[in-house]
Design a protein around this ligand. Structure first.
Ligand code: MLT
Length: 395
């Protein structure tokens, strides 16, 4: 038996597991110390009431002979796909129902989609980046070219002139930096991908946070249907981090080597995936109802105001940051020239606040730090005051 040797090229543990381990060790050493977690982007508000109602109703239904559901369609029930279709239609983007694939979240689909592509492909990955894009390609042994995102390009890197890539990852609004591509910038990416016969793997998990005219879907850009796949999730939109439901859009017009990627993805999913539970899909359907969308918008406003509280503390402490406007994430420059993990340790010890070291997202993240607006409002206020005091102590 031989192992997949590519695993030896991965870092020892997944970023958020490393952080969780460090925090557990710290708690064991100082059990009396209060810790406020603004590290992993996990939501804290309960599920919206219309979603809970729908979940309960569906659970009751499955306890009856007439309402019992066994295996469902691997690509999702029609009622949820229609609700998603309506959500896009409200923004003037038309999707065919068979372009929509319901999943258990963006993370798994973003990883699984790689089944469709040769390991010979060159992959363009922004740095810093959500670690899943990188790790899953390392697992397959693909050649990776990094695209530097930095303060000079507002953490929105544009297509390189000297690289021909096959697979391109874009995430907007961005995790971890909170930066968001404009329509013009995304149009340049779409032109680059079409010209190079490349595919853009577009992560739109944070689309619901966009407040300005930036696109919420890559399919708002002309030409995207021949070069992009979009991944979206209800985790951040509707608090489904524990409930698990997302969707992936694979356009019918997307082809390579004369083959339909939509057909290939359907083939992959019907073989390897048994679909999302009926009950969860009924809950997800309720997200897109009028009452559901209103509740989600209210929850997002709550997280956005947390981000504003953190931003105000950083303004007062004189620290540079970006994000927090179209995004739940604040991306800050570590004070006093500290390195990311040093600032992580300092903030934990000094303030009991957990964030995410920028270097965990890539080499270009060194010297930066990510805080999330997903916390509880009172705790976030406390954390912001402690953050400010800890930074001021360094001056
Ligand atoms: C993050 O903190 O970056 C996200 O919560 C991770 C994820 O969505 O999987």
């Amino acid at each position: 038996m031989q192992l997949n040797k590519n695993y030896q090229n991965l870092s020892d543990s997944y970023l958020f597991s490393t952080i969780a381990k460090k925090v557990t060790e710290y708690k064991e050493r100082f059990p009396e110390k209060e810790i406020i977690r603004l590290g992993i982007g996990d939501v804290t508000l309960p599920l919206p009431a219309p979603v809970v109602e729908a979940l309960k109703k569906a659970a009751d239904e499955t306890g009856t002979a007439a309402g019992f559901h066994g295996y469902g369609p691997e690509q999702g029930y029609g009622f949820l796909k229609e609700a998603i279709q309506g959500y896009y239609a409200a923004r003037n983007t038309h999707l065919e129902l068979n372009e929509i694939f319901v999943s258990d979240g963006a993370k798994s689909d973003v990883a699984n989609i790689l089944d469709l592509f040769s390991t010979e492909n060159t992959v363009l990955i922004p740095d810093p980046v959500y670690p899943v894009y990188l790790d899953t390609n390392v697992m397959h042994g693909r050649k990776i070219v990094y695209l530097q995102a930095n303060a000079q390009n507002n953490f929105c890197p544009m297509p390189p002139k000297d690289v021909v890539a096959d697979i391109i990852y874009l995430c907007s609004p961005n995790n971890p930096t909170g930066s968001t591509y404009t329509r013009g910038q995304l149009a340049e990416w779409v032109a680059y991908a079409n010209q190079n016969k490349a595919v853009i793997l577009y992560d739109a998990a944070y689309e619901a946070f966009v407040t300005d005219d930036c696109p919420r879907s890559i399919f708002e850009i002309e030409g995207a249907k021949t070069c992009a796949i979009e991944f979206c999730s209800l985790s951040k939109t509707a608090g489904f981090t524990g409930t698990r439901c997302g969707y992936t859009i694979v356009p019918l017009a997307l082809t390579a080597e004369g083959k339909s990627l939509n057909k290939m993805w359907l083939r992959r999913q019907t073989t390897k995936f048994n679909g999302v539970p009926y009950i969860v899909q009924r809950g997800a359907e309720a997200v897109f109802s009028q009452a559901g969308l209103k509740a989600c918008i209210d929850n997002i406003a709550y997280y956005r105001s947390n981000a504003a509280v953190i931003a105000a503390a950083l303004d007062e402490a004189g620290v540079w940051y970006s994000g927090g406007k179209n995004s739940p994430y604040i991306w800050l420059q570590c004070p006093a020239g500290m390195k990311s993990w040093d600032f992580f340790d300092y903030l934990l010890e000094e303030a009991g606040v957990v964030g995410t070291p920028g270097s965990g997202f890539g080499a270009c993240g060194e010297g930066y730090f990510r805080l999330t607006g997903f916390g509880d409002a009172e705790n976030t206020k406390k954390a912001a005051a402690k953050l400010k005091a800890a930074i001021q102590k360094l001056k």
